[in-house]
Design a protein around this ligand. Structure first.
Ligand code: WTA
Length: 632
């Protein structure tokens, strides 16, 4: 058994073994954790219903594995190294022992507020250590956390609170992001006023010190809630398949869905992937720049690193504050060994110029990683040369909210690299490419839709409250396969390159945005009759949002009209979904059955109108010329 793959030969052996005997393979990995009751069956599965269960009958608590078991070996090692937004403030270093105490204390506070096993707790907090404490405290008592990125609007937050019927909301007085403080508690108040009847209490962490309105019957300060609470709390032992968390993510249709992950499989998989992909060595400092509001933060700031006993850096701010040298500054100061970020950040910092990198010494760096969207060749080389000095392998990690952990990636220092390639599947991961008819495409040097043929321990179990939607979205397109929504190519060497989404999901700065969701929001703007949203290539964001909007009549003041569209989207979803370009159009190209021809709109948004294909069969071919002429 190998806990950490050490050579490419070993990778191939482990991979072959994981396919020949997946149950034996994962059972050995799982055996390294603390269980209260062993599983009676490693895996039960079918992709029809779907029904996937790992370590069936096993009982555990993930936080005992993140915290308690490290108390014997590394109580005084820093678990979370917090870098504040304001570089003049002191970083906070929280050891495993201290984190254990804080998690237990807050778990006791949650219990005192009436939170029980299986209750849903919404967490709408900035990137302070208390956010990680909150997540772990929920898990400690078997409550299900639903973290909502603190940049979402009150409307989006309310949708998520209602969908999961959250009993408690955890928030802060404010969120320091670059030069501004964002009043997050106010957003929570607005959200709850939108009819979140399930919410009994709001616990407010004092972060910025900004004044907030407290509702005496409902709200309580974090520091009051923990007062007098003990710093130990017996972990609630749960079933391997009990829900650990819900995380909402966008798809091609409808409102975001609550992807569900469970305790046992998620634990085994995030730890295994963290340890192997980054080749984490004891004592190293690891920094993932994501927000815990996204899956990357869940799996690779909180759970994976803590399970592996790592020192995980948590950063409150943004890459460009106070200047675009901030990341490099933090790496230098905290002697970061492993750095994991998103292509959009790399492109933005590359565009800011090399002066911000020059003069920074980063000899501690050993491994670089990227995640969230395809990385373009220029950014890959810049990252490799300027940041890694050509001596740090880049792990281009492909995965999704639904996969819980990394699936296709190089293993640092072991897998041969190829710019822009996620390269090879990790052990236990069985990808395949499928054509439009659902036939598997064999051989190499081919392209198709990326699917997975076999479950890995952290695959999503359901979408909260709507299992049929889970089946429809991921398991219905191709028989007995999980469909990712991504297109990929497998080159002559059998290496995978992710091309991007093949559905109506766009990837803006590494954030998944459903076009239908943005259209629904735009359509709520006064005077808007209909809209269509597509993605287009954007230098920094990867993809930008292009919105075609039909108004109910002539628009005299176009600037004011567009502003009202932007304001509505900000209100309904949040600033991350704001269109980059808005074009007011007289109509949208439609087929005779009334379907919007997005292919044409995509081409126009890309600025490529040379070959729009046959438009004569459209219901309204004349509108295409008008849209072309008015493209922005
Ligand atoms: C995209 C983020 C290319 C992909 C972990 C996927 C990537 C979606 C990569 C999931 C990568 C993620 N190369 N594309 N290395 N990583 N993606 O759920 O389109 O926020 O389907 O999870 O991001 O986004 P999500």
């Amino acid at each position: 058994m190998t806990l950490q793959i050490k050579s490419i030969d070993e990778y191939h052996t482990e991979y072959a073994r994981s396919v020949a005997d997946p149950e034996g393979f994962w059972a050995e990995q799982a055996a390294t954790f603390r269980w209260h009751k062993p599983w009676r069956q490693v895996l039960k599965w079918n992709f029809r219903e779907p029904n996937v269960q790992w370590f069936v009958g096993g009982r555990l608590n993930i936080t005992e594995n993140c915290l308690d078991r490290h108390l014997e070996t590394r109580p005084n090692q820093v678990a979370i190294l917090w870098e504040p937004n304001d570089p003049k403030r002191k970083p906070r270093k929280i050891t495993y022992k201290q984190l254990y105490g804080q998690v237990c204390q807050f778990a006791n506070a949650l219990k005192a507020q009436g939170v029980k096993k299986g209750d849903r707790v919404c967490i709408y907090m900035p990137m302070t250590p208390e956010l990680a404490v909150a997540v772990l405290a929920c898990a400690r008592i078997g409550a299900i956390h639903s973290v909502v990125f603190a940049g979402f609007s009150a409307v989006s937050l309310a949708d998520r609170i209602k969908d999961a019927q959250c009993k408690v909301v955890l928030t802060s007085d404010g969120n320091s992001r670059g030069p501004k403080n964002i009043p997050v508690k106010q957003v929570v108040d607005e959200a709850i006023a939108l009819g979140c009847d399930s919410v009994e209490h709001v616990i407010v962490h004092q972060n910025t010190g900004d004044p907030v309105a407290m509702h005496s019957d409902r709200d309580i300060w974090w520091h009051e809630a923990i007062k007098g609470k003990r710093k130990s709390c017996k972990a609630t032992i749960v079933d391997s398949e009990d829900m650990l968390f819900i995380l909402y993510t966008s798809g091609s249709t409808g409102k975001p869905k609550g992807v569900v992950h469970t305790h046992g499989g998620y634990m085994v998989y995030t730890e295994y992937t963290f340890r192997n992909v980054f080749q984490y060595q004891p004592g190293e400092v690891y920094w993932c720049t994501a927000d815990i509001g996204w899956v990357t933060g869940h799996s690779y700031i909180v759970y994976g690193p803590l399970l592996a006993g790592a020192t995980s850096v948590m950063f409150e701010g943004i890459p460009t504050y106070p200047d675009p040298g901030r990341f490099w500054d933090v790496i230098q100061r905290h002697k970061v060994n492993i750095f994991y970020t998103a292509p959009t950040a790399i492109r933005a910092l590359m565009a800011a110029g090399d002066t911000w990198v020059k003069g920074r010494r980063m000899p501690s760096l050993r491994v670089l990683g990227t995640v969230g969207e395809p990385i373009n060749e220029e950014a890959w080389h810049w990252y490799n040369e300027r940041i890694g000095k050509k001596r740090c392998p880049i792990v281009d990690t492909w995965w999704q909210t639904e996969t819980g952990g990394i699936l296709i990636t190089p293993i640092a220092g072991i897998t041969p690299l190829k710019p822009c390639y996620a390269t090879l599947p990790l052990p236990g991961v069985q990808p395949c490419l499928v054509d439009a008819n659902g036939n598997e495409i064999e051989g190499n040097d081919v392209e198709g839709m990326l699917c997975l043929k076999f479950p890995w321990p952290a695959i999503l179990r359901t979408t909260y409250g709507d299992h049929e939607r889970c089946r429809q979205t991921y398991f219905a397109a191709f028989k007995d396969k999980y469909f990712t929504g991504d297109g990929a190519r497998r080159d002559a060497d059998g290496m995978y390159r992710i091309i991007g989404r093949v559905d109506d999901v766009i990837n803006v700065s590494g954030h998944r945005i459903g076009t239908a969701e943005v259209e629904d929001a735009i359509n709520k703007t006064p005077r808007v009759v209909e809209s269509a949203v597509v993605g287009y290539p954007h230098d920094i964001k990867g993809q930008g949002i292009y919105a075609y909007v039909i108004a109910d009549g002539p628009v005299a003041d176009e600037a004011a009209f567009k502003k009202s569209v932007l304001d509505t989207v900000t209100r309904e979803i949040g600033p991350i979904a704001k269109p980059d370009k808005i074009q007011v159009v007289p109509g949208l190209p439609k087929t005779r059955s009334g379907k919007i021809m997005r292919r044409i709109l995509r081409k126009i948004a890309e600025g490529d109108t040379s070959n729009l294909g046959d438009t004569t069969t459209l219901l309204n071919p004349e509108v295409v010329e008008e849209i072309k002429a008015g493209a922005v």
